[in-house]
Design a protein around this ligand. Structure first.
Ligand SMILES: Cc1ncc(COP(=O)(O)O)c(C=O)c1O
Length: 390
């Protein structure tokens, strides 16, 4: 078993293990349960056994949540059925009717829909701030939470998390300051641990790199000490839950996260650098590139990069983009990312606070675990098709 001084890679191997309780099985097996039996009426009335009802946790969900808590440095983690559910839960555990939520303008689009539709209906007002702005000017007397997504998963701006935490926590809203919530899916807790930088709720679409195999929908929220009780209570009150099967897949993915992510990082950077040298490309959006405007902040906060980055093409007609993308052999056309496979999609960028300035069409690439040379050869042929149609 590893201890708190061991590196992430070491702790990810044994965190949340319960082998003694499972006949020595290394990873906690799948428990499927609704009813949990009590040995007596007295035990039922006392209600102090570790498991009481399937929805409130089984050994599989607990293994996953405890593993994540130890890696995130959290007081409590709750698992849910998707990343977007985790985002909704985190916001609602902090904000109530009459409150203002300050949301980063580069957020994942369904996060924006949640704010503009559901939160609005519940009396929670959202306004959007440019990701690299000083947030002080955007805080309102009733601001209860500030939401970050760094880097943004379509446009890849890096945020100054410590500055945001300082301004939010020091905000005079008469209620002890505003909470800071962060969607940390791009970096995963391997490359950035939000709670260690003062963030109150760390959110992860475990559907992506933690699952890692494009075959599970899973999310979680990890809380610091001051936000844990409220989060846990709302998770129960709303009847939220992640299945034993999905938590098992999350736990299994976690064990190999560090090797997969190192390879995604390496291939992503290789592709990004190659694309940067191409005449068809206006700009690459990847904060680990020295030329990126967010590079200094990325270096300050992150210990690595995943395989997701953006590609701004020089202006070309739509049929040229279709010829490029449709003919690719190794890049699937599909949403999500974080699985073993390479993907490419157009980036549909929506902004409220400030338009995103791009020289031409923006695409998003996920570098998978294929051979980098094969991926480059595929992109090279694709760019030739694009040129032929331009
Ligand atoms: C940055 C980010 N956050 C959250 C999510 C939502 O995750 P899920 O699809 O598990 O709801 C996604 C999904 O693409 C995402 O890209």
């Amino acid at each position: 078993m590893s201890g708190k001084d061991d590196k992430f890679e070491t702790r990810a191997i044994s965190a949340g293990r319960m082998s003694d309780a499972h006949f020595g099985a290394v990873n906690t097996p799948v428990y499927r349960a609704s009813t949990i039996l009590y040995p007596s009426l007295e035990a039922l009335e006392a209600n102090d056994q570790p498991y009481t009802y399937g929805r409130r946790g089984t050994p599989t969900t607990r293994s996953f949540e405890e593993a994540i808590s130890s890696l995130e440095g959290a007081a409590k983690t709750v698992s849910v059925t998707s990343g977007i559910q985790a985002i909704g839960l985190a916001v609602l555990s902090v904000c109530s009717a009459g409150d203002h939520l300050l949301m980063v303008d580069s957020c994942y689009e369904p996060t924006r829909n949640l704010c503009d539709r559901v939160l609005k209906r519940l009396g929670i007002t959202t306004s959007y701030y440019p990701p690299t702005d000083d947030i002080a000017a955007h805080l309102r007397p009733n601001t209860k939470a500030v939401f970050c997504e760094s880097p943004g998963s379509l446009t890849f701006e890096v945020q100054d998390i410590a500055a945001i935490v300082k301004a939010a926590h020091g905000h005079d809203n008469g209620r002890g300051g505003a909470s800071v919530l962060m969607d940390n899916t791009w970096a995963t807790p391997l490359y950035f641990q939000p709670l260690r930088h003062g963030v109150d709720l760390s959110i992860q679409a475990a559907t992506k790199y933690i699952g890692g195999h494009a075959d599970v929908m899973l999310g979680y929220v990890s809380a610091n000490e001051s936000h844990a009780a409220r989060l846990h209570q709302l998770h129960g009150d709303l009847g939220l839950y992640a299945s034993g099967d999905d938590c098992f897949l999350g736990l299994r993915g976690l064990r190999t996260l560090s090797v997969r992510l190192a390879r995604h990082q390496q291939t992503g950077l290789t592709l990004a650098r190659w694309l940067q040298s191409r005449p068809e490309v206006a700009r690459i959006l990847h904060p680990a590139l020295e030329s990126d405007p967010g590079h200094a902040l990325w270096q300050q906060y992150f210990s690595g990069a995943c395989g997701l980055f953006g590609l701004v093409l020089k202006p070309v007609p739509q049929p040229a983009i279709a010829a490029f993308v449709d003919g690719l052999r190794h890049f699937g056309i599909g949403y999500s990312w974080g699985g073993f496979e390479s993907l490419i999609v157009p980036a549909h960028i929506r902004r409220t606070a400030q338009p995103f300035a791009a020289e031409g069409p923006v695409l998003r690439i996920h570098a998978g675990l294929e051979d980098a040379g094969d991926l480059i050869a595929d992109l090279e042929q694709g760019l030739q098709r694009l040129k032929n149609k331009s």
